[in-house]
Structure formats: C-alpha cells, structure tokens
Design a protein around this ligand. Structure first.
Ligand SMILES: [Zn+2]
Ligand SMILES: [Zn+2]
Length: 254
C-alpha cells in the first residue's frame, strides 16, 4: 500500500498547501480521498497519474474537499487523448449522488457523460470492497452532518483518514491498531471549535488510537504558528509528522 498526501491545506488559501486530497494505491487500485481545489494541478505537478484513478471517496461535501471534482472529471473528458472511458467508483456519504447530479447541472454533460460513474453511498459502519484485497469502511465524525472518516485496509495494512472532525473518543477507539492515522489539525487552542481539532486534541486522539505513525494535515495558517509537535507530544509519544503536499509513504504489505 502506498500513501500520498496531495493536498494538506484548507479553505484558507495557502502558497504551499492546496486543499484536501490523499491518494492511496494498492496494485491497480488507486483511491483518491477528497478532491479539494488544486488537487488535480498538484497531482500533475507531483507526477502522479490522475488518469488511472479507480475510486474517489468523499469524507464530506464542504467545498475544500470537493472543489476539484469537476476539474478531475473534465480532465478525464477533455484533458487526455483518447478521453477516459474506464468507469469510476465514487464512494461517499448519503447525498453523494445528489452532489454529482448538481455538479452535472452546473457544468453540463461533459462532467459525467464520458466516464461511467458508479456511486456507492455508505453510512457509518458500512464497508465497501474496492478490490479483492482492499476495503474501505466509514465511521461517523463530528463535523458536517454527513461527515465520515475512512479506514482503508488490506493485506495486513490499515490507514485511517479522519477527514474533518472535532474531538471524538469513539472515533479514536475505532482507529485503534491502524498503521497510519491521518488526522486533521486545523486550529490552535485560542481558535478551537467543536468541529475541528487542535494539536493537543490530535495528541489526545492519537493517545487512544496508538497508530504506528500519526500524520497531521489540514492546517489553517494560524495553527502553524504554534509548536504543533510539542503540543501533540503532551498526549502522544509515538511517531508523528506534519504532512505536506507530496508527502509519500510505502507501507510493506503482509
Ligand atoms: Zn476542510
Ligand atoms: Zn469541512
């Protein structure tokens, strides 16, 4: 399994971080989790083949996680020769099919005519096989009403992606045993709100989940002015890092 954080930013424009997107690859299965603004450009910049993505999963419908969906579909239709005809599976919370219908209304037939789309709406606790050796499971998290986190697991490896979330001990318990816990780390203590995480809350979740590696992402600019590593370490003494656009990790499979 291979993990790449394509976009580690937020709704706040950043010179170095485009909006949320993460790619998980296992063999021929190439899963893009979220597709915020700049994700398609960043994939091209990083030399990541956006043409062969097999699945897209959405954690929730906020614009900083979905803004580039239309760009991705247009790239498949107009940005490659011949245009893509391979079907795409889109996994997301209830409402995903409506979101795609509305994008098609806004952008016209080019959005979805060329590429057959199979939408699989999943709720908390549901899981979907992406391939015979890779499965995605959803858990509810406190952010937008539809928000889910994802566990992507197969061949002895498991990656958990929080999407946007507030502190939630049940989510942390659900993540126990994962190899990589990718957590949002949005705001410093003085700007804390119930629907996003601070570094100390990331540490508290990681203290419960005990991932082999904690990878932080989704940084609003003010949080990068504080000692993120130090504040996380108050609760979690394991391995951690600040992800960046283009951070990649190979996970040995068993
Ligand atoms: Zn977000
Ligand atoms: Zn959000």
């Amino acid at each position: 399994m291979h993990l790449c954080t394509i976009g580690t930013g937020t709704a706040a424009p950043s010179p170095t971080r485009v909006q949320s997107a993460t790619l998980i690859t296992q063999g021929e299965t190439r899963l893009l989790v979220d597709c915020g603004s700049g994700a398609v450009f960043r994939m091209a910049q990083l030399g990541i083949d956006w043409r062969t993505i097999t699945h897209v999963a959405l954690t929730h419908f906020h614009a900083d996680h979905t803004n580039d969906l239309a760009n991705l579909f247009f790239a498949w239709r107009y940005g490659m020769l011949p245009p893509r005809t391979t079907p795409i599976d889109v996994v997301g919370p209830v409402g995903t099919a409506v979101l795609l219908d509305r994008l098609a209304l806004a952008f016209g037939a080019g959005l979805r005519d060329a590429v057959p789309i199979q939408v699989r709406e999943i709720g908390p606790g549901d899981s979907v096989a992406l391939s015979p050796t890779l499965e995605i499971e959803a858990a509810t998290v406190p952010h937008a009403p539809e928000s889910v986190a994802y566990s992507v697991a197969g061949q002895g490896r498991r990656v958990v992606i929080s999407g946007d979330t507030g502190f939630d001990a049940a989510f942390a318990e659900w993540a126990v045993g994962c190899d990589v816990l990718q957590l949002e780390c949005s705001l410093p203590d003085q700007l804390a709100i119930p629907t996003h995480l601070t570094p100390r809350q990331c540490g508290a979740i990681a203290a419960i989940a005990r991932p082999a590696l904690l990878a932080l992402t989704h940084f609003y600019p003010p949080v990068e002015d504080v000692d993120i590593e130090g504040q996380v370490a108050e609760g979690f003494d394991g391995r951690m890092l600040r992800a960046f656009d283009g951070w990649m990790l190979d996970l040995q499979e068993t």
